[in-house]
Design a protein around this ligand. Structure first.
Ligand code: MSP
Length: 529
């Protein structure tokens, strides 16, 4: 068993059950899942939370349009979201729905802490509201065209009696937090945006609505429901049982990281800490804002091979290429914090080059050769030259580098460190030419050494990929004869653990794709989306 390294609490945003989730929505959850699995592999006691954000004007409007109650509306969609996370093998430890009693009661308790502190007062709201973002805007923030600065859609005028939270009171404390504790908000570009936002003047925040009733009633005035962001942000501690069942809260809070998309960094790095300061609760250790996957785009629509649009439904993509290929692509292709273009073409090329060619070929070649030259039994390494040394050093030093990159949320670079082993091992085969060694009886020791070193390098890869593609890891370990041995993090630092292990030839890990043909097929599906 891995050593216990302490606790690690990671969250994704809780999703609006308002539309079918597309590949962009899955990006954050896939990153959070990989981090949760990585920390578990290292021996942390992990709490990974996700869920759904089910109240607010947007949901009420959508339910009204469908002619169903908001509860019925969200129940149906939430089932679909849970199914998607099951298909994507998302290893969350808890799924919180904001319509659950446990959340609603605890959320009221947070409100009351802020109220009792004297930070909530009644007044009148007059301004603009973006329903899709559930976001209030002032005249000056909108500019002339009256569109939401976050999503660019038209905003509606709102004028109603409302409760306000004294956000302005916390402006200095928030500036202090962002400037003196820079790791609280990463990346730096987002931090600078938030500092500038506060410096423009932080206004008090409207935190109740009274023109519709799909929300948590304000405890001191049931004609109002809480502003949906106050309701939603609270999930990070209500799910832990604060305040009435605080065992998990005491164990995991403050969160190690809230992973969020860039457009909701403002809510997480300003409103949420101000709420916690008001309620006199500790702040999360970090908020990390990721970029967006941009869907479609010129390059793709111009591609000759394409008949239609890109397929962005994760279920269709998983069905065709498997969950591990999709997860690998999302984590390897994009740089955390930056936007990236999503196209089916880049995805297919990445799957072919890194998975079918580099990793798949390495495993299949190595296992075939061990079967052919050593009757399937991993032999002892009998000697060591500079080329062996190079492979061994790269393989045994990768784990530390992967850890370093993961701690910076550089998933793409962490995977690249692992693929360094894969690429080096493929080159090692080319350099050592085992087929030539096999023809010469006097080279048997060298041949054995090559077989042994390939098996060990693949074993290390099979451990390092567990957080990102655990099914592929299992398949590799099956072929390597390690199916009964648990992949343990510390074993990724060590060579020579496979004495006398019997390998088994199996199917290709990732069949090679005919990119043009796949693009045509996806184009047809995409056109019908
Ligand atoms: N309900 C709020 C979050 C409340 S958290 C207390 C919300 N929900 S959402 O469903 O609209 O978005 C959930 C997450 O999906 C956000 O972090 C958002 O950035 C992310 N994404 C939605 N489209 C995306 C892309 N195209 N690319 C990357 N992430 C995207 O906001």
């Amino acid at each position: 068993m891995a050593e216990n390294k302490g606790t690690y609490y990671i969250t994704t945003p809780i999703y609006y059950p308002s539309a079918k989730l597309h590949i962009g929505h899955t990006y954050c959850t896939v990153m959070a899942d990989a981090m949760a699995r990585f920390k578990r592999l290292q021996g942390y006691d992990v709490m990974f939370l996700t869920g759904t954000d089910e109240h607010g004007q947007k949901i009420q409007t959508l339910a009204d349009a469908k002619g169903v109650t908001p509860q019925k509306y969200v129940d149906d969609i939430v089932d679909g979201i849970k199914d998607l996370w099951a298909t994507m093998e998302i290893s969350y430890d808890d799924f919180i729905r904001t319509t659950e009693e446990r959340h609603m009661e605890r959320c009221k308790a947070i409100f009351m802490k802020m109220y009792d502190k004297g930070d909530i007062y009644k007044s009148e709201y007059e301004g603009w509201y973006c329903t899709p973002c559930e976001s209030f805007w002032t005249e000056s923030q909108l500019g002339e065209d009256k569109v939401c600065p976050d999503c660019g859609r038209p905003v509606q005028k709102a004028k109603e009696e409302a409760y306000f939270f004294k956000m302005s009171k916390y402006a200095d404390a928030l500036i202090d937090l962002l400037k003196n504790n820079p790791s609280f908000l990463e990346p730096e570009s987002r931090r600078n945006e938030m500092i500038a936002f506060i410096e423009q003047g932080l206004e008090d925040l409207c935190i109740s609505r009274s023109t519709f009733d799909w929300g948590i009633p304000v405890p001191v005035d049931e004609r109002h429901v809480m502003y949906v962001w106050i309701d939603a942000l609270s999930n990070y501690i209500t799910a832990l049982g604060w305040p009435d069942d605080p065992e998990k809260y005491e164990k995991y809070w403050p969160a190690d990281v809230h992973l969020v998309g860039k457009e909701i960094v403002r809510f997480h790095s300003l409103i949420w800490p101000a709420m916690l300061m008001s309620a006199e609760l500790p702040l999360p250790k970090q908020v990390r804002g990721h970029g967006w996957l941009l869907l479609g785009g010129e390059k793709v629509s111009k591609s000759k091979a394409r008949k239609g649009k890109d397929v962005i439904d994760p279920v269709i993509l998983i069905d065709r290429y498997g969950i591990d290929a999709l997860k690998y692509f999302l984590l390897r292709e994009y740089t955390f914090g930056q936007d990236g273009m999503f196209t089916n073409e880049t995805m297919l090329q990445r799957i072919n080059s890194d998975l079918a060619n580099d990793l798949g070929n390495l495993l299949s070649r190595s296992v075939s050769m061990i079967v052919k030259y050593c009757d399937g039994v991993v032999p002892e390494a009998k000697q060591r030259d500079e080329i062996d040394d190079d492979l061994i050093t790269i393989a045994t030093s990768a784990a530390a580098k992967v850890e370093e990159k993961m701690n910076l949320f550089q998933y793409n670079l962490a995977l690249d460190e692992i693929w360094n082993i894969v690429r080096r091992a493929n080159k090692y085969i080319d350099e050592k030419m085992p087929w030539a060694l096999a023809k010469d009886e006097s080279k048997k020791d060298e041949l054995d050494t090559v077989m042994r070193n390939l098996a060990e390098a693949l074993r290390i890869v099979s451990i390092l990929i567990i957080p990102y593609m655990h099914t592929t890891s299992d398949k590799m370990r099956e072929q390597l004869g390690l199916a009964d041995v648990e992949g343990v993090w510390n074993d990724a630092f060590e060579f020579y653990q496979m004495n006398g292990v019997t390998v088994h030839k199996g199917d290709a890990l990732f069949p090679r794709l005919d990119v043009e043909k796949e693009l045509d097929a996806l184009g047809e599906i995409g056109a019908a989306q």
